[in-house]
Design a protein around this ligand. Structure first.
Ligand SMILES: *Cc1c(COP(=O)(O)O)cnc(C)c1O
Length: 396
């Protein structure tokens, strides 16, 4: 990132690496020609390891929400009984989509800031008789900065409601943290180009299990643009059914190339380091983090705005210094602020952000110990980095 660009620390859209920006400005190509077919193939193959699947990855031209809608309308029928596990604004949205199309949605909510508990899910499904058609799960709840234990939740669902399809929103986590769709038994998994993939908004990537593909043959919710069967049929010919966002596809392709160069393990480690640095830095500056410490997100951190802090003034000063943070969503508006640390994020971006917050707090006379935030962030980063190196040494 150049000094002349803002430090865009929101949980998507994320900043673009220079080569990704260049990729997006390429001349158009025929989207029904061999060059695009090769591109589509590279994106699908490149994404499979991040999904943890051997199945096809459909590339839809829409926002992440469109991908969630595709998960619902392709696999469910009006009247289907669905359990919507919601731990925040995006869990509510996923449940809302299923409701809009006529599913009979029962909501299971956790207090915002907490993850869903596998045991509670087990109890809830058992109490409901287990005959659910689907369970909706958010992997990373971007509104609260909480990451759900999807492997454990999926195991609990499989155990108590073996026939339920598990539909997972991984829009703000896939590509930043390990995920094993096939091994964990997830049925539809959805992500979006503007989060961890270092590309502009415009594409949603959706993978489905064999069970989910089978369910699509009998599901009766209306669908046309988002019909995944059409997407799969065209994919076999190296095409998408409708004109795709070609420029964004160029970008995702280049983003995947950069990620391969860094290696997935390197990408995941970088996200862990940046998350630890953000969280330690904010805490050292006196902020109370919103999320349960056991389930803090690796891609976004939410912190309470202290009562005595005039956030409008502080945020104005941050923006003047080219630091862009996200506010609270839904009922958290005005109560928390959020720092995104996914996609193209480096430790120096985080240290810069913490340093800027520190500077503004000092100016407002709200800092006991100047330098403590950046120092704590650096210490946390070194600790996590050290852990990774030790682990790598053991593996070697
Ligand atoms: C960003 C996000 C979405 C929605 O993505 P859009 O592209 O804005 O539709 C859905 N779920 C989660 C968890 C997200 O972070």
């Amino acid at each position: 990132m150049s000094r002349f660009e803002p430090n865009l620390r929101i949980p998507g859209p994320t900043a673009l690496p220079p080569s990704v920006r260049e990729a997006g400005s390429r001349q158009m190509i025929n989207h029904r020609g061999p060059e695009f077919a090769a591109l589509l193939g590279r994106i699908g193959d490149g994404m499979k390891p991040y999904f943890g699947t051997h199945g096809d990855v459909a590339i839809l031209t829409c926002a992440g929400t469109g991908g969630l809608e595709a998960a619902v309308v392709n696999t469910l029928s009006p009247g289907d009984r669905v359990l919507g596990i919601s731990i925040g604004a995006f869990g509510d949205r996923f449940a809302g989509i299923a409701e809009a199309y006529g599913a009979q949605v029962e909501r299971m909510t956790a207090e915002w800031g907490w993850a869903a508990e596998p045991n509670e899910v087990r109890e809830r499904l058992a109490a409901g008789g287990g005959d659910y058609r689907a369970v909706l799960v958010t992997h990373n709840e971007t509104s609260t900065g909480v990451m759900n234990p999807v492997a454990d939740l999926a195991a609990a669902i499989r155990e108590t409601a073996p026939d339920a399809l598990i539909l997972v929103d991984t829009v703000s986590s896939l590509g930043a943290v390990p995920f094993e769709m096939d091994a964990w038994g997830c049925d539809v998994v959805v992500t979006g180009s503007q989060k961890a993939w270092m590309a502009a908004p415009g594409l949603a990537m959706v993978a489905a299990s064999d069970r989910a593909w089978a369910a699509m043959e009998t599901a009766t919710m209306p669908r046309y643009y988002l019909d995944l069967r059409r997407h799969r049929a065209q994919l076999a010919k190296g095409e998408t059914p409708w004109t795709p966002a070609v420029a964004v596809a160029f970008q995702v392709d280049e983003g995947l190339r950069l990620m391969a160069e860094e290696t997935p393990a390197g990408v995941f480690a970088r996200h862990e380091v940046c998350a630890a640095a953000t969280q330690a830095g904010l805490e050292a500056l006196g902020f109370r983090l919103f999320a349960d410490p056991n389930h803090r997100s690796k891609t976004v951190t939410a912190a309470w705005i202290p009562d005595e802090l005039d956030w409008k003034v502080v945020n104005g000063e941050l923006k003047r210094r080219d630091l862009v943070l996200a506010g609270g969503q839904g009922k958290l508006a005005g109560k928390v602020f959020r720092v995104g640390h996914l996609g193209m994020v480096r430790l120096e971006d985080i240290l810069g952000a913490i340093g800027t917050i520190e500077e503004v707090l000092a100016e407002q006379g709200r800092l006991a110990q100047p330098g403590a935030g950046v120092a704590a962030a650096e210490r946390a980063a070194i600790e996590v980095e050290g852990g990774h190196q030790a682990a790598a040494a053991v593996l070697r």
